[in-house]
Design a protein. Sequence first.
Length: 375
Amino acid sequence: MSSFAVPMLEVPELIAQSGGETLDLCYQCGTCSGTCPWNRVRNFRVRDIITRAQIGLEGYEGDDLWYCATCNACVDRCPRGVEIVDLIRTIRSIIAESGALPKTLRAVMGSVQSNGNPWSGDPANRTAWRKDCDAPNFDASRQYAYFTCCAQAYDPRNARVGRATLKVLAAAGISFGVLDGEKCCGDAVRKAGGESLFQGLAASNVALLDGVGARNVLVPSPHCLNTFSKEYPALGGNFEVKHVVQVLAKRVRSGALKMTREVAVTAIYHDPCYLGRHNGIYDEPREVLAAVPGLRLLEFGRNRAEAMCCGGGGGRLWMETPVDERFAVLKLREAVARGASMVVTACPYCISMFEDAKTALGLEGVTIADVTQAL
Ligand code: SF4
Ligand code: SF4
């Protein structure tokens, strides 16, 4: 991508009006840059992006602006309460409006626009992933409407996770039915700068859920969780939303879900950023895994709120990253060094990033699994 400049004196005001109200709070301490995981593998100064935004968005070069994986680690550390992820997405949306979007993201946005998903999947085949599952369709007699993440619908690795999830939900006695006609929740679209596209996706999904009378939504992806719970309410969405691990943990606690199958494996849990840091859900997946007979659970050196991102958020899932710069590669090396033969997580993006890391490192003996596959 070539360099570009958008010199507009009113840009700080535009950012403030578009969701980046905290831009003025930044006093340039640089804590965000020091926190950012990119600096373990390359030079990336998020503070510089904020500085340039404060003075009017000049001098963005290459794909720098699109490095941020929206992991929220810097937001947690900022002493001034700057909502850095909101700033990044707002600046991206302003730049994207000028047509300067990285090529791979242009293709992703195009697919979401025409197919309702980022994988160029045929919308008519959205339910094919579950054709052999004995899962009911949603109707208003059921408590939860299961919202299929696009990754589960179109990425074969995540479709396997989806099928395991439906089985576990049924075994746990949860009243649910699977929706039909969803579009991408729009999380990555919005974080990558596709604001107007996001608004259309949100309107479509809210209308779908309202139309079938769904009030409780069950999601397998922390990205859907975040979008439904924090972003859709401002756009007319009025739903209770839960991630799968939350309902499973509740069943484990009440004794309604008992695992009896021995799973003799040493596993390590990776905290997805959008489940952990963005939504504070750390205990539930661990509680479910702790109830699995024979499963020995390890932790990464940095875990929970300090966990390192897989690198797949904010549109990064679709962007090229050299192998040695991939966060999932660093984490997989650590997992193996700690003695784990299984990396467990609870996010479709993390599954994809770790599967790619496994392939890149040739670690055939390591299993990448969702919590529901480890039961
Ligand atoms: S940590 Fe906060 S105040 Fe410090 S440079 Fe980053 S955004 Fe600005
Ligand atoms: S959100 Fe994460 S990836 Fe983005 S700048 Fe902050 S620490 Fe870096």
